[in-house]
Design a protein around this ligand. Structure first.
Ligand code: CMP
Length: 137
């Protein structure tokens, strides 16, 4: 069993597809072990994406992530990290495989509907960024 962090980004929360995205996880054996909806501050977004600080897209990424509420979740299941990434599809929705969350719900590489941890180690850090152990069941 693994745990991974998923974020439903501001484009998807504003487009009213929170439920449809959660259904993708639950229908594919990823259990919602924790969930909350919140508004990221500038400092939250900068810290969460600190790994991308030197990348040319950092400023736009942070600006987008604070543009509306997000839903953060802990997904739990067999191979949860890679299963979540498979369900999300490629970072750029134009390259995302048919039937993936990004192919179906995302508009652009910035407004790409969801974020998912890219490794087990990052998953642990990203989960700890949003949730205390007693919020995860
Ligand atoms: P995410 O999985 O949340 O991780 C970092 C985000 O930066 C990524 O999804 C994209 O939304 C955004 N981004 C914008 N431009 C790029 C790029 N060229 N390469 C990777 N990520 C990008």
């Amino acid at each position: 069993m693994e745990r991974t962090l998923s974020i439903i980004k501001p484009d998807a929360t504003q487009n009213g597809v929170i439920g449809k995205i959660i259904d993708r996880f639950e229908s594919n054996n990823l259990r919602i072990a924790a969930l909350k909806k919140l508004q990221l501050s500038q400092a939250d977004a900068e810290q969460f994406y600190a790994i991308h600080k030197e990348r040319p897209f950092f400023k736009d990424l942070v600006e987008f992530m604070v543009s509306g509420p997000v839903v953060v979740m802990v997904l739990e299941g067999h191979n949860a990290v890679s299963k979540n990434r498979e369900l999300m599809g490629a970072t750029n929705p134009k390259e995302a495989a048919k039937g993936t969350i990004r192919a179906d719900f995302a508009q652009s590489i910035d407004a790409n509907a969801v974020h998912g941890s890219d490794s087990l180690e990052n998953a642990k850090n990203e989960i700890a960024f949003f949730f205390s152990e007693r919020e995860i069941y």
